[in-house]
Design a protein around this ligand. Sequence first.
Ligand code: UT7
Length: 337
Amino acid sequence: MMSSILQGAHILATGSAVPDLRVNNRHLSQVVETSDEWIVTRTGIKERRILDDKDESIIDLASLASARALKKVSMDPLEIDLIILATSSPNDLFGSASQLQAKIGADKAVAFDLTAACSGFVLALVTATQFIQNGSYTNILVVGADVLSKWTDWSDRSTCILFGDAAGAAILQACPKEKNGILGFQLNTDGRKYKQLSIPYEKDNETSYHQTLKITQGKFKYIKMDGKEVYKFAVSQVPISIMQCLDSLKISTSDIDWLLLHQANARILDAVAHKLSINSNKLISNLSKYGNTSAASIPLALDEALDNNTITSNDKIVISGFGAGLTWATIVIQWKC
Ligand code: UT7
């Protein structure tokens, strides 16, 4: 895989942003029949952040996360060649990345959305890596952002306790081949199981605009999830994906410094680490504070782990996203600063 690259790629800086409003489990127990004890035991989540201000949108979170990443390396937004916004909750179905481009003043960047739910950030990182390693671009801003609170059925206790809103950003930059920090990846999709986790488009009653023109319309409603099936899928497929990726790179699990999984459920994180015989003290997790933030969960946790020096130079990190689609995606990186 690496022999054909024209130049290396590495993550130069990260940033993240969460809304101010904290909603803890006790708050939620006033909304649906649940308890702090149930949520903590079954998921590991204690609180989450929710975007409640009617004047704020996913773009505000995404631009703040991006600005923080740019500031860390004093990069001018005009140096960005491409922006990939991984989101499944855009504020415009035609795509929100162009709004992000305008808001941060990255006027020279091409910008597009990538929709792959909780695997979105990893897929966006892999996509960006291709543009860099084949020599097309030098600086790419990859953002994972979701505001699933807007698509949550707040009367459904099996889902509303899980999700939070956030954004995380990473600047990927070209570097000499010897300094390449994106070591390899492994991607999967199983569309036959898409109904296990979706925000389905639902038809309204038939709308007729004219005797001859009968058009049926509808709208997207709420998140629907078969939690048990998604749980089983994650615990069975993610370790296989990770092992395939590590084997292709001839890296053993004992060489891995950190395991950063999509922050869906503490039990899933522990079970995957256990299956891989990776000690749970190598798990990076901030799930208890933010819940499942979909495409934002991995860059949010990565940014925190870099800021508090958990991850240090030359550490090898296995990152896996999994969720709706169904999609699951692994990338192995080596941190080079
Ligand atoms: O981001 C994409 C990836 N998403 C995931 O990976 C999510 C994967 N799934 C999960 O994390 C877990 O399946 C959940 C956390 C969603 C649910 O945990 P569970 O241990 O699978 O619970 P369950 O759905 O089997 O429900 C067990 C019981 C049920 O009651 P009965 O039928 O046993 O009487 C539920 O009605 O818990 C009940 N229950 C609740 N009770 C209190 C479900 N939600 C709640 C709740 N509070 N919030």
